[in-house]
Ligand binder design. Structure first.
Ligand code: ADP
Ligand code: DP6
Length: 342
């Protein structure tokens, strides 16, 4: 039985949730409403198997007058990251009609703030655990809307496989849905080239705000975006990996161009990213299915077929061993949606 279907009503208890990171193939970058986190564009993502967050929320162990507490990978969370967690907890408390403070314990099996989607898995897991611990009975769509308020990309991590976040224009209409793909998600994988797993200098939140406010290329990226999404969805329906890869690569490179044209410029790419992007082109020329995507960080994710992912990983490792010494690689396949246990 899905534990979210029958939460304990009324009791302020403890729950643990696991949510997997997702990588957008067609990106979200820019908000129409900062408060509600309504995006300017819809987005399409693949939830991944090996990158995830497990979070426990306990509404019963602190004194009623205490403030919320959180640890991430054993370290106390404070400042802005804690405020973001408290903001989501407040939404859950308000909805459940409770006011107990929470103790949050989270473990990221994904590098934090490195452009590998820790905020997506982190806030999806927090939402699932907090909702069940607070005794709420929420549908996946409601969980997606709530997770969105913590971090936009988290709305998609409620679902496994391919997910689409409909931009919408209000809290009610901005949520993710699973994409009906007849198993296509299992046929595609990402070779993740971890070039730097340290935290980025500009957070996604600040980076997208600056891009929207100052980049002369932002509007043209948004104008192209609708076509990229249409192409990508048609490619999924037709199980056409090259068509999906071309749309994904064009969308990501356009987003990075818009970022770089911001004032002051945002450049998440480093020399290793450029070498990796060239290697992906070379892999394609050598006959591999291989298309690059990048998020708010230097790491490069390579979309490929599940069948050839291991072979492509080895090829890229060998290609980049001199120019990017110390590069780590992970082959990520389609992963599951949110799970919650008491
Ligand atoms: P990333 O590329 O890792 O998603 P972002 O800049 O988008 O980077 O988000 C990183 C922020 O997400 C962190 O600074 C923190 O506020 C939040 N975050 C990451 N992991 C967790 C977690 N497990 N629980 C709650 N918040 C998290
Ligand atoms: C480049 O979801 O982390 O990964 O909503 O401000 O928390 P906030 O931003 P976040 O941004 C993700 C941006 C991206 C593209 C994507 O995941 O669609």
């Amino acid at each position: 039985m899905d534990p979210r279907a029958a939460p304990q009503r009324g009791g302020c208890v403890k729950a643990t949730a696991t949510a997997h990171a997702n990588i957008a193939l067609i990106k979200y970058w820019g908000k129409a409403n900062e408060d509600l986190i309504i995006p300017i564009t819809s987005s399409l993502s693949l939830t991944l198997d090996d990158l995830f967050t497990t979070t426990t929320v306990d509404f019963s162990s602190l004194e009623p007058t205490a403030a919320d507490q959180a640890t991430l990978d054993g370290a106390t969370v404070s400042g802005r990251p804690l405020e973001r967690i408290c903001g989501l907890l407040d939404l859950v408390r308000e909805r459940a009609g409770i006011d107990q403070p929470a103790k949050v314990t989270s473990e990221n099996m994904v590098p934090t703030a490195a452009g590998l989607a820790s905020s997506a898995s982190g806030f999806a897991a927090l939402t699932g655990a907090a909702a069940v611990a607070a005794g709420l009975e929420l549908s996946d769509r409601e969980l997606s809307r709530l997770a969105r308020r913590g971090s936009g990309s988290a709305s998609r991590s409620i679902f496994g496989g391919l997910a689409i976040w409909h931009a919408g224009d209000s809290d009610e209409t901005s949520f993710a849905d699973p994409v009906v793909d007849h198993g296509f998600a299992q046929e595609i994988s990402l070779v993740v080239l971890v070039l730097n797993s340290g935290p980025k200098a500009v957070s996604s939140r600040d980076g997208m705000r600056r891009t929207v406010d100052t980049s002369p290329l932002y509007e043209s990226w948004v104008a192209e975006h609708a076509g990229h999404l249409r192409e990508a969805l048609a490619a999924v329906a037709d199980r056409d990996l090259p068509r999906l890869g071309e749309a994904a690569e064009a969308n990501a490179l356009g987003m990075h161009a818009a970022m770089r044209a911001a004032n002051p410029p945002i450049n998440y790419m480093n020399d290793a990213s450029c070498a990796a992007l060239q290697a992906v082109k070379d892999a394609r020329a050598a006959g591999f299915p291989a298309w690059a995507t990048m998020d708010a960080g230097p790491n490069v994710k390579v979309l490929t077929s599940t069948k050839r992912a291991a072979e492509l990983e080895a090829w890229l490792q060998s290609r980049l061993k001199d120019s990017v010494p110390g590069m780590d690689t992970v082959v990520a396949h389609a992963g599951p949606g949110l799970t919650v246990t008491r």
